[in-house]
Ligand binder design. Structure first.
Ligand SMILES: *Cc1c(COP(=O)(O)O)cnc(C)c1O
Length: 369
C-alpha cells in the first residue's frame, strides 16, 4: 500500500556534485565530509555512500561514528567533539576512529588504554582541537605544547597529532576573525604538522582556512552558509526536497478566522488549502503567515498557525488546487534558506529537524544541463 503524506526526497547525485564544488574550492585539502546529525537530516548511511569520494567523514559523537562502521564504512572517521568517557575512548580505538582532543581528561583516557600488541597495529589518530576564538570547545593555545608532550607518551596515540580549530564567524566573510583564527593555529604548528580548519563558509570564502584538511557540512547538502548569497550563486544543488499533498480545500467567507488562535482573518471570500505537514514533521512552528509554499509549482503563502500535522494555505493564487495536488515546502525550486529566514532560524536547523515520521526517498535526477 502506498501511503501519502510528507516525504523528504534525497537527490544523491546532488551530494556528489556539491562535494566536487568543495573540491574545486580547496583542491589541495583533504575533504572530511561532515555527516553528523544523520547527515543534517538526509540519512547518514546513504549520504556516506553518495560521498564515497570524500577523503574521510566527520561526525560529532563516537556513537555516530560507530553507526557508520556498523554500516561498513571504512573511510577515516573524525569525531569532532571527541570521546566523552574512557569507555568511548576504548571503543574509538577499536573502531579505528580519529579523535578530537579538546581537554586534558581525554588525554587521560587515552593514556589509560591497555598497552597491547594490537595497539602497535593501528595507533589512534588524534587532532588537538584548539580554541582560537570560537570559545566553545578547545584547548587554550598555551595548553597545546603540554598536551602534545603528554600524548607523545601514549603508546596508543599515533605520532604527530594534527591541529584543528573551528571558525566562529566564517559566514561573515568580511569579519577579520577567521584569518586571525587561522594565524593563531598556524603559530602553534610544528613543521609539517597537519592543520584542519575550514567549514563550508571558510572553504567558499576564506582561502586561509583551506588547510591540509577542511570540513564541509551544509554546502554538501546544497545549503548556503551565507545570509546574503543563495545556494545557486555558489553552484550548490539542494539535496532535499520536502514535499507533501493538499489534504483538503475549503472556501471561507470574509471575516472567518483560520486555525488555532484564529490569527489569520480572511480579507475576502478565500479559498484555503490544508497541506499534510506540520511541526510534528519538522516544519517550523514559527513560520509565520506569508511564508512561501509551492502548490502545483505555484507560490502561495502559509496562513495562520502551523499545527502538528497540518498547515493552512491561502489558495487565492491557485484556486483550482484540489486534494492530492503536490505541495513543496522546500527544495531546489524554493530555497530552504528562505523558509528558515521567515521562521527566524537557519537552514541547518530545518534540515536537521525533519522528523523520523517523514520517510526519506532517494531520487535520481538527471544532471541539469
Ligand atoms: C558541524 C561542523 C562543521 C561543518 O560546518 P558547516 O557550517 O555545516 O560547513 C565543521 N567543523 C565542526 C567542528 C563542526 O562542528
Amino acid at each position: 500500500m502506498r501511503f501519502v503524506g510528507p516525504r523528504a526526497l534525497i537527490d544523491l547525485a546532488a551530494l556528489g556534485h556539491n562535494l566536487e564544488v568543495a573540491r574545486r574550492h580547496a583542491p589541495r585539502s583533504r575533504l572530511w565530509a561532515v555527516i553528523k546529525a544523520d547527515a543534517y537530516g538526509h540519512g547518514m548511511e546513504q549520504a556516506a555512500a553518495a560521498l564515497a569520494a570524500a577523503d574521510g567523514f566527520a561526525v560529532a559523537r563516537v556513537e555516530e561514528a560507530l553507526r557508520l562502521r556498523a554500516a561498513g564504512v571504512e573511510h577515516p572517521i573524525l569525531v569532532l567533539n571527541g570521546a566523552l568517557s574512557a569507555e568511548e575512548t576504548a571503543a574509538a580505538w577499536e573502531a579505528r576512529l580519529n579523535l578530537a582532543v579538546h581537554q586534558a581528561a581525554q588525554a587521560d583516557w587515552l593514556a589509560a588504554l591497555p598497552r597491547s600488541a594490537a595497539v602497535a597495529d593501528h595507533p589512534l589518530r588524534v587532532w588537538l582541537k584548539v580554541d582560537t576564538g570560537m570559545h566553545r570547545l578547545g584547548l587554550e593555545p598555551a595548553e597545546v605544547p603540554r598536551l602534545q608532550a603528554r600524548l607523545a607518551d601514549c603508546p596508543v596515540v599515533a605520532p604527530d597529532p594534527g591541529l584543528m580549530t573551528h571558525l566562529a564567524n566564517a559566514d561573515e566573510p568580511t569579519d577579520p576573525l577567521s584569518a586571525l583564527q587561522c594565524q593563531r593555529l598556524r603559530a602553534l604548528a610544528r613543521p609539517g604538522q597537519a592543520l584542519n580548519i575550514g567549514n563550508s563558509a571558510g572553504i567558499l570564502a576564506c582561502p586561509a582556512t583551506r588547510a591540509d584538511g577542511v570540513r564541509p557540512g551544509i554546502m554538501l547538502y546544497g545549503g548556503s552558509p551565507f545570509g546574503d548569497r543563495g545556494a545557486a550563486a555558489l553552484d550548490l544543488r539542494p539535496v532535499m526536497t520536502l514535499k507533501t499533498q493538499v489534504s483538503a480545500t475549503h472556501v471561507y467567507r470574509a471575516g472567518e478566522r483560520i486555525g488555532y488562535g484564529g490569527t489569520f482573518v480572511c480579507p475576502e471570500d478565500t479559498p484555503v488549502g490544508v497541506a499534510a505537514t506540520g511541526y510534528g514533521d519538522g516544519y517550523p512552528r514559527h513560520a509565520p503567515t506569508g511564508t512561501p509554499v509551492l502548490v502545483k509549482g505555484q507560490r502561495v503563502t502559509l496562513i495562520g498557525r502551523v499545527s502538528m500535522d497540518s498547515i493552512t494555505l491561502d489558495l487565492r493564487p491557485c484556486p483550482e488546487a484540489r486534494p492530492g495536488d503536490e505541495v513543496i515546502l522546500w527544495g531546489p525550486a524554493l530555497p530552504v534558506e528562505e523558509i528558515a529566514q521567515a521562521a527566524g532560524t537557519i537552514s541547518y536547523d530545518l534540515l536537521c529537524g525533519v522528523s523520523p515520521r517523514v520517510r526519506r526517498e532517494t531520487v535520481h535526477r538527471p544532471e541539469p544541463s
